[in-house]
Write a protein that binds this ligand. Structure first.
Ligand code: GDP
Ligand code: MN
Length: 389
């Protein structure tokens, strides 16, 4: 079998090896940082801004778009403007992009959220968090301030970049025809997305989408015996009407039978979307929006606590191919408790890209045990990972 390195090289090379002299006068992409935040998060946002400026943007000066469902106050704005080297725009998110869609049964949705609170599901009882996840799943790319951009790089409060990024990731993604870039992939908390995969899988089946090889990153076939034969009529069962139309009352997560999953199960893996560099036109595509709308109509953003991370990931799994994805294994990145540090990856974590790899039994077991799906890679060779500290 081909070595892992060869497979990785075939689809996804490290863009740049070692430190470069940043091209301060080089070409720039049509791109911006996107920061969704609230006034009370100022301190955490400043930490993030200082970090990205120090390690990247002091050379590249990309603009920022700040978004908020409320209004940014002058304290927030002034502090940000004191630490940014690119232009800044302030955007408000209106009720067409934040909150309940008109067709939601609000009483059902609110009760669903309350129940998740009672069940102590992480952020499950917090209405605003559900709104945030839905916004990042289906709306941010429609915001008027983002219309002029082709690319975005998502920033969140309380992140840290450890390594200098001395090249322009947008330019390299453009050159390599990449669509979506990640740096950490982790497993989702099961209880936040119990039914997400049924719908994602049903979307794929209903639209006759065949995997281009990325879907397998998100699926396991735990027990081949359990899977139904492909010609079983249950596979062809259409989606319930409640999901297919937007009549009022939709949104109570009607059950799709497990048959819809074609014998597959979600392995809970997802790209951790608090870091993302991606093409906006993919999110704006009809295919992505069809996917979002179907997921939305199921009510899963309320009745469960679907994160935008598994939504983006499963959409990528259905619609993209491994060669569209870039793993920024050379970016040192931390968000609150989880980090990827190219220089210090634990030795047991071999260089691997889960979706490109044929896994052996032992390795499967290791992957199961691994909290981190993509925090590996030892770029000791050739000094990938630039001046990490
Ligand atoms: P976590 O990373 O999953 O723990 O969630 P965060 O609290 O960091 O929220 C994710 C992102 O959404 C961050 O950029 C937050 O600033 C932002 N966010 C979360 N809830 C709200 C909200 O109600 N309003 C606004 N404007 N931003 C929010
Ligand atoms: Mn966060």
């Amino acid at each position: 079998p081909p070595s892992i390195r060869k497979i990785n090289d075939k689809y996804d090379k490290v863009f740049v090896t070692g430190c470069l002299e940043p091209q301060v006068d080089g070409p720039r992409a049509n791109a911006a940082f996107v920061v969704l935040a609230r006034n009370k998060e100022l301190e955490g946002v400043l930490q993030s801004i200082k970090s990205i400026e120090r390690h990247f943007n002091r050379w590249f000066h990309y603009p920022y778009v700040f978004l908020n469902d409320g209004d940014f106050n002058s304290t927030f704005k002034e502090a940000i403007l004191n630490h940014t080297s690119g232009s800044v725009e302030w955007g408000k998110i209106d009720s067409t992009m934040w909150g309940y869609p008109t067709w939601t049964d609000m009483a059902v949705a609110k009760e669903g959220i309350a129940k998740q609170g009672d069940a102590a599901i992480m952020y499950g009882g917090m209405e605003s968090y559900h709104h945030m996840c839905r916004f990042y799943s289906g709306f941010f790319y429609k915001h008027e301030l983002l219309q002029k951009y082709e690319w975005y790089w998502r920033l969140e409060p309380e992140i840290k970049y450890f390594c200098d990024i001395t090249y322009d990731p947008f330019i390299h993604m453009e050159r390599e025809k990449k669509t979506y870039g990640f740096t950490i992939a982790v497993k989702e908390l099961k209880e936040t997305v119990p039914n997400i995969f049924r719908y994602a899988s049903a979307f794929k089946r209903n639209n006759n989408i065949t995997s281009q090889g990325l879907w397998e990153m998100f699926t396991v076939k735990p027990d081949e015996k359990k899977s139904l034969p492909k010609d079983d009529p249950k596979y062809k069962k259409p989606l319930p009407e409640e999901i297919l139309n937007t009549e009022p009352g939709a949104g109570s997560l009607p059950d799709i039978s497990l048959d819809a999953m074609e014998g597959e199960e979600y392995n809970m893996c997802h790209f951790w979307s608090n870091f993302e560099i991606a093409r906006l036109d993919w999110f704006r595509s009809k295919e992505y929006n069809d996917f979002f709308e179907m997921m939305d109509r199921s009510g899963g953003f309320w009745m469960e606590r679907w994160g935008d991370a598994p939504i983006h990931s499963l959409a990528a799994g259905a619609l993209l191919s491994p060669k569209d994805i870039h793993y920024f294994r050379d970016f040192g990145y931390r968000h609150t408790t989880i980090q990827h540090c190219p220089a210090n990856a634990p030795a047991r974590q071999l260089p691997r890209i889960p979706f490109l790899e044929k896994t052996t039994k032992d390795e499967k077991k290791r992957i199961e045990e691994d909290e981190y799906w993509a925090t590996f890679d030892p770029p000791k060779e050739n000094g990938v990972g630039c001046r990490c500290k």
